[in-house]
Design a protein around this ligand. Structure first.
Ligand code: HEC
Ligand code: HEC
Ligand code: HEC
Ligand code: HEC
Ligand code: HEC
Length: 489
């Protein structure tokens, strides 16, 4: 007898009870799960290796769920065998003294056929499912909607932003292996947080481990780009019966980096030869007691706020950051508005008709009320606005019913885009750092009270950043001089 053959028969003999006993439903389910988990995992492996699927949830799948399925399947096989053996023993049936195995034995043939069939099926499922899973997980619907309630505020604001076509991963993860791993770990934590219902409402901002702008924003935006002065006309409407329009006109000195060095807002802050570092102590980057500026010529100036009382220990324990795009543009994709501004914008864009008496006042008033949920808000906004016009302006309610209907729809939409009672996101929860009217913004530093040891303050003269050409004027001279006709007038 040839040795190889005897080895084969020996192995078969050893395996005989296992194979015989393994043909039970539980073990077969185990086989299916094991091959499915293993197959999918192998399929996903190259994607993970390349780090090209920039998504933390793929990590959850490949590091937790698939191995879990694989191991669960592995555990089922011996349990099935054990139960079958116990059953045979109990009924006094033979379970050690079995007919010899060969390819003729029905048990082995059945098992082999089963494994072959499930493997083929699994390969098909794995490749199809794996491919669409990878695609799906790179999509924004997945990021924004998988944890629907949790991400709803950011996803909604994102869809209305200038970056609605930049994937979540483009800013939050970026490319490259190390960030991929970081994101994956935090993704795993997030899934547990959601499963255990243990996450902050609203979600905390800033995002402490957001990837630096150099590797995200600057993939698309050129930091030294020269924008020059930006002319900005901002209509607003008074809370009176006529919703009287007024205009603020700014010439924003955005500037950029020129051959002479940085000029204007971007120039001062984005000059690659300069460096702007700061320390904040409130965890939200809103209180900034100290700024260290390294000028292009290498001169270092430390500006200290003389109106914020902090001890050296508090300062040392604060967050130290080098300023980048996100310190001003902190809401590039998730801009939440305030009710007055949102209504002004809707009126100026024609979504709300200024012909409706007191519409500015009424809209802002209903928006600012507390509602327990989106459903309740939508209902009450509609009934409240409708009853105001039917009782106070019955003729408007009749003749202007189309205007009123549109206005109600727009006010509802403003509420739905900005307030999320379930996540406790309310007006003004997420301050915008570009500007200084609605939240401290630029004035976190440019407030006149951040001074250097030689008594020089970070400039806060109004003309440092813009020329205010008109401020809430009904008919600004600058606009008539320019022949400007407004958007819809
Ligand atoms: C253009 C870049 C950009 C894109 C695209 C983007 N984000 Fe953000 N996101 C940010 C920045 C910047 C912050 C942090 C603001 C801060 O640190 O102050 C942020 C913050 C967040 C926060 C923390 C809470 C908050 O509102 O500050 C969540 C949650 C979030 N983003 C989810 C998403 C989701 C989901 C998507 C895709 C639907 C997405 N982001 C797309 C830039 C982006
Ligand atoms: C994938 C490319 C991409 C990335 C990444 C990106 N942006 Fe943009 N960004 C754009 C495009 C395209 C526009 C112009 C959109 C438009 O005008 O509708 C834009 C517009 C802007 C604007 C002008 C918005 C306005 O209201 O007109 C600002 C500010 C901005 N981006 C800042 C950022 C910041 C900050 C980041 C990083 C957190 C960032 N962008 C990341 C592509 C990108
Ligand atoms: C010191 C604060 C500050 C920093 C830092 C900053 N910006 Fe700006 N940026 C502004 C202001 C202010 C405006 C004008 C805002 C407006 O139009 O309302 C602006 C305007 C813009 C615009 C629209 C104007 C245009 O030319 O299209 C883009 C795009 C932009 N910034 C991108 C960036 C990027 C990218 C970075 C980082 C490399 C950056 N900004 C860093 C304050 C800043
Ligand atoms: C973290 C602190 C900080 C914040 C926030 C900040 N700046 Fe500055 N900014 C500085 C410092 C420091 C200087 C340099 C002061 C100096 O040496 O004269 C500066 C300089 C400037 C200059 C040049 C001034 C000049 O005359 O040379 C402009 C313009 C400017 N900032 C605009 C802005 C705008 C607009 C914002 C808000 C969107 C803003 N900054 C937010 C710290 C800050
Ligand atoms: C450090 C820079 C800086 C300084 C100093 C500054 N501003 Fe501004 N201001 C801005 C920026 C940036 C915006 C635009 C914000 C935005 O795009 O919404 C703005 C917007 C405004 C607006 C328009 C607000 C709106 O409703 O849209 C007014 C009015 C204004 N500033 C007045 C002033 C006055 C008055 C002073 C002097 C006391 C001053 N600013 C000082 C940066 C500055």
């Amino acid at each position: 007898m040839e040795p190889a053959k005897s080895l084969f028969t020996q192995i078969l003999d050893r395996l005989r009870p296992v194979i015989y006993l393994a043909s039970n439903p539980l073990s077969l389910v185990g086989v299916v799960l094991t091959t499915l988990g293993g197959g999918l995992w192998l399929f996903l492996l190259p994607t993970l290796w390349r780090g090209s699927a920039e998504n933390p949830y793929l990590g959850i799948l490949s590091f937790m769920i698939l191995p879990g399925v694989f191991i669960f399947g592995l555990i089922l096989i011996p349990i099935g065998i054990f139960i079958k053996r116990a059953g045979l023993k109990k009924r006094g049936l033979p379970w050690t003294d079995l007919p010899p195995l060969s390819l003729d034995s029905p048990e082995l043939r059945k098992l082999l056929a089963f494994v072959a069939a499930t493997t083929v099926a699994n390969v098909i499922i794995a490749s199809q499912w794996g491919y669409s899973a990878v695609n799906y997980m790179d999509s924004d619907q997945f990021c924004g909607l998988t944890c629907h309630k949790v991400m709803a505020p950011e996803y909604t604001a994102y869809q209305n932003s200038p970056h609605s076509h930049v994937g979540c991963a483009g800013c939050h993860i970026g490319a490259g292996a190390s960030w991929f791993v970081k994101a994956k770990l935090s993704g795993v934590r997030q899934v547990f947080a959601v499963a255990l219902n243990d996450y902050p409402r609203p979600i905390a901002s800033p995002v402490s481990n957001l990837r630096p702008a150099r590797e995200t924003c600057e993939q698309c935006h050129w930091p030294q780009r020269f924008s020059g002065d930006i002319f900005s006309v901002r209509p607003s409407y008074a809370p009176d019966e006529q919703n009287t329009a007024a205009y603020t006109v700014l010439l924003l000195k955005v500037g950029g980096v020129t051959w002479r060095g940085g000029v204007g807002i971007h120039g001062a802050h984005l000059d690659p030869k300069a460096k702007m570092e700061y320390t904040s102590t409130d965890g939200k980057r809103q209180v900034i007691p100290q700024v260290t500026y390294t000028a292009p010529d290498g001169k270092v100036t430390v500006f200290t706020a003389n109106d914020v009382k902090v001890t050296p220990e508090q300062l040392a324990a604060g967050e130290h950051r080098t300023m980048d795009c996100m310190d001003c543009h902190n809401r590039p994709a998730h801009t939440f508005q305030l009710p007055e501004r949102a209504v002004d914008q809707a009126i100026s864009q024609g979504r709300i008709s200024p012909k409706l008496p007191f519409i500015k006042r009424e809209a802002v008033e209903v928006l600012k009320r507390d509602y327990p949920s989106h459903d309740a808000a939508v209902r009450e906004i509609a009934t409240s606005m409708d009853s105001f016009y039917s009782s106070k302006y019955p003729q408007v309610h009749e003749t202007g019913s189309a205007d009123l209907k549109n206005a109600i729809e727009s006010v509802k939409a403003i509420y739905l885009q900005n307030v999320f009672p379930e996540m406790r996101v309310n007006w003004g929860n997420y301050p915008n750092n570009v500007g200084h009217m609605d939240s401290p913004g630029c004035f976190r530093c440019h407030d006149g009270s951040h001074v250097s040891p030689d008594g020089r303050a970070i400039p806060n003269d109004c003309a440092t950043c813009h020329d205010v050409l008109a401020m809430e004027e009904k008919d600004p001279k600058i606009l008539s001089d320019l022949g400007y006709k407004g958007l819809l007038q």
